[in-house]
Design a protein around this ligand. Sequence first.
Ligand SMILES: Nc1ncnc2c1ncn2[C@@H]1O[C@H](COP(=O)(O)OP(=O)(O)OP(=O)(O)O)[C@@H](O)[C@H]1O
Length: 584
Amino acid sequence: MIRDLLFAGHRLSGQGDTRLRRGIALAVLEGVAGAAMYLPLILLLQEVAAGTVTPLRISTCALAMLACMLLRIMAGHIGMPMLFAGAYAMMGEARLRVADHLRHVPMGWFTRQRSGDLSARLTSDLELIEHLWSHFLGSFVSGLAMPLALMLFLAWVDWRLVLVVLAGLPLAWIALAWTQHVVARPGERLIAASAAAQSALLEYVQGIAVIRSFGRFGEAWRHLVAVLDEQHAALVAVEAKPTPWLVSYGFLLEAGYIGLVFAGVWWLADDTLTPLTLVAFLVVAVPVYRQLFEVGLATMMLRFSRRALRRIEALLAVPLLPEPDAGKARSPVDHDIVFDGVRFAYDGGDGAVLDGVSCTIPARGLTAVVGPSGAGKTTLVNLIARLWDVQEGSIRLGGVDLREIGTGELHRHVALVFQDVVLFSGTVLDNLRLGRPEACREEVTAAARRAQAHDFIEALPQGYATVLDEGGASLSGGERQRISIARALLKDAPILLLDEATASVDPSAEAEIQRAIAELARGRTVVVIAHRLKNVRHADHILVMEHGRLVEQGRHDDLLLQGGLYAHLWSRQQVAQGWRVGTM
Ligand SMILES: Nc1ncnc2c1ncn2[C@@H]1O[C@H](COP(=O)(O)OP(=O)(O)OP(=O)(O)O)[C@@H](O)[C@H]1O
């Protein structure tokens, strides 16, 4: 199991760490030195029995014991920091590998994950393994090395007594294996309960405003209490269930001590053992049992760590979006986008969200995607960024199938502005530079000006250096959207996919955003999901979606003349707008 966990370190981090190996070697030395400490004592007792002890012998033995003790302390003192450094470096690397892997996982995978479970894997599971390597492995290895080495040394003094000391070990080991079996189910329960508790706490904190506004505080609270109660019960069970079996393990282990007394007295009687040898065994058997018991307890932790490890390895095993073979990746030469008989269902199921969609989005122009809610507009746009792969048909960018373009290359060509703008904690400047970290200050301000964001950023307390709250909560919806447009402008990608903000924006902010979008569309391929048709009147091309199908396409005036869905949606929005104006 230890081997498995050690090699797993390599597997998780993709590299070994010599400090970890040296730390483990020093832990073995620590255990052996701890065992060797008892040798001078035993030799001395034998000399006392033989009547050959001298003052010089006594001081030599005392010095030898001191040397062993110093060696043990030094090995621990040097080995521990090595283990810490090696483990933290390896786990740092493992965290980056997991994060990098998740970067390439299809988005669909995330929608099926419970956020609490995912965050538990990325935090507590990884921490458990880190703790295992940094704090636990050293004590476990030295704790195992000490009794083993001591028994080997003592076998040279009297192998019969060694066998008696360890007589209870096979049965004790069976009891330990049973303990691990008994704890398996409560362990699973605890992992599930902890993930559920983490999810519930996250949901509670994130949704606290909604919970309050709907007056559902009591229900939310009751749910939280129930989940936390379950976690508490699972914690108690995981400690209580294995206890009787752990006690049996300790009892069977130490049963050898009774055997030692009886066998010792027996062999004393037939003169095959000296009293002082028996005393020596009775003295050293106590720390041997203590260490073996500790090691047994520790295997329980190993078991949990192994489970945590499997969960992290499962993350690394999530299949990635297939990449083109090395050397076969192609780059798009132009930026027109062609949908050719595209069919797409989330999770690859039967319920197609896009069905038989074929169209051409011309390069360097503004294309709007419109249609009723749930028509498949967001899905269509997300497929261009290859957040998922289509199940049938193909999407070609500049004549190249998206699947033949490496994801890194594709991301260089495409910038996304989501409706739910994600801002990270950090300064406004950091957030703007997300798309191009090397951009100089002048480039950043120029992008912000073009996105109509410069003025409000300058008005913030520290301007561009203002530290944003998590998620940019201190900004309005329109301000967040303009920051994300500036971010996309700074990235300067030739294709921009944009989900237009609606509800969160007041009319003057909306006008500013429209100006920013018009600015973006100059010389770029811009695809915008438009919720207000008045904003797309001047688009070069309009795609009208309904129930996952492309039902109409063309320019505003042509679509109005056709008198189809677009014309219908247009007249409805005109009426709604007139109604709003009339009621003001
Ligand atoms: N991640 C997902 N997993 C499963 N189904 C999804 C997912 N995202 C969207 N859907 C479903 O796909 C259909 C199309 O959704 P989509 O978001 O593409 O529509 P939309 O036209 O952008 O809608 P809206 O204007 O309301 O944003 C809907 O029925 C929606 O429930």
